[in-house]
Write a protein that binds this ligand. Structure first.
Ligand code: MN
Length: 200
């Protein structure tokens, strides 16, 4: 059985960028819902004793309940970790070097990531993925994840930005771009750097 992980900070810790009400319903409502539905969907199947990473790598395109809820479970586990009240600023060290190598500059990366998030029509995610240290940006619809083999986006996700309206609508309403600007102010670059190091 998968469990909803605790947030690594308080619900109001990302104020004023991500508001407490959004964080509370996102974690206790949405993420808990994906967790419960994932557990129900895998019960009695071959997926019951797999890790969540194994499940995402194994499932088929038409296994909709596990695809949606397994993705929702994994994606939010990452999302909480790559934000922090001490976040923001710019990446450092090897991650910074790799971003400059693959996108030209930190600002070019930020522009491209924002554009990707704005360009995802409807609900989905924008990702920074690493293929053995080579970085790229992609987006997925709904709760799809780059680990799923049928998704047109491959590599290990090291940064994931939720662009579902439930992630920002209470505070930012229809202004997804303002949410993305605020998201940049809470990115936990140390965590992203740790995931980047593991991906190489
Ligand atoms: Mn979400």
């Amino acid at each position: 059985m998968f469990k909803l992980p605790d947030l690594p900070y308080d619900y109001n810790a990302l104020e004023p960028y991500i508001d407490e009400a959004t964080m509370r319903v996102h974690h206790t409502g949405h993420h808990q819902g994906y967790t419960n539905k994932l557990n129900a969907a895998i019960e009695g199947t071959c997926y019951e004793n797999m890790s969540i990473d194994e499940i995402l790598k194994t499932i088929h395109i038409h296994e909709t309940a596990i695809r949606n809820n397994g993705g929702g479970y994994w994606n939010h586990n990452l999302y909480w970790q790559i934000m922090s009240p001490d976040g923001g600023g710019e990446p450092r060290g090897e991650l910074s070097d790799a971003i400059k190598r693959d996108f030209g500059s930190i600002d070019s990366f930020k522009d491209a990531f924002k554009k990707a998030g704005l360009g995802r029509f409807g609900s989905g995610w924008a990702w920074l993925v690493s293929s053995h240290g080579k970085l790229s940006i992609c987006t997925t619809a709904n709760q799809d994840n780059p680990l799923m083999k049928f998704v047109d986006c491959s590599g290990k996700p090291i940064l994931g930005m939720d662009v579902w309206e439930h992630a920002y609508y209470l505070k930012h309403q229809n202004k997804r771009g303002n949410y993305i600007d605020d998201f940049f102010r809470v990115i936990n670059w140390d965590k992203v750097a740790e995931l980047f190091a593991e991906s190489k």
